[in-house]
Design a protein around this ligand. Structure first.
Ligand code: NI
Length: 155
């Protein structure tokens, strides 16, 4: 168990494209375990590896819905449906929220910590999270996609 430092907005690492994971080994599992501790400690719903300084295609999410932590390695969004517009934030941009348009529903395929491929579909907040975290792996942050920032009296 270890907490990792979350990089903040001015860090260039957040704006770089991540490489695929090729080794499903102890080092990856340690990263995933540390990311889960860091996510829970920060009370966020999603965290991507570049946010802790690792430029690999890994994210985790925990929607607090009893499904626990979903680990997505080398994820690809394979289908989306509809649109939603709503407020979004990011652990790398504390205290900032913006209106971001996202699909209403998204389906991804990804590998688990052992390299096994699986499909996962989510709607509403879960779809928003899948898209937000996938963007991180391409160096895209929510503010790159925002309609506008929210002012403090709006949240
Ligand atoms: Ni984020």
């Amino acid at each position: 168990m270890a907490l990792r430092n979350i990089l903040k907005d001015s860090d260039p690492v957040l704006h770089k494209k991540c490489r695929a994971v090729t080794d499903f080994d102890d080092r990856l599992w340690q990263l995933l375990d540390d990311m889960a501790d860091t996510l829970h400690h920060s009370e966020g719903v999603g965290l991507a590896a570049p946010q802790v300084g690792v430029l690999r295609r890994v994210f985790i999410m925990d929607m607090g819905d009893g499904k626990g932590v979903i680990e997505a390695i080398n994820p690809e969004i394979v289908e989306t449906w509809g649109t939603q517009e709503g407020a979004e934030g990011c652990l790398s941009f504390p205290g900032e929220y913006a209106i971001v348009k996202r699909p209403k529903k998204a389906r991804m395929k990804a590998q688990d910590r052992n390299g096994k491929w699986f499909y996962f579909t989510g709607d509403d907040l879960t779809a928003r999270c899948i898209c937000h975290e996938s963007d991180h792996l391409d160096g895209i942050v929510f503010k790159d996609r925002m309609e506008r920032l929210l002012s403090p009296d709006e949240y």
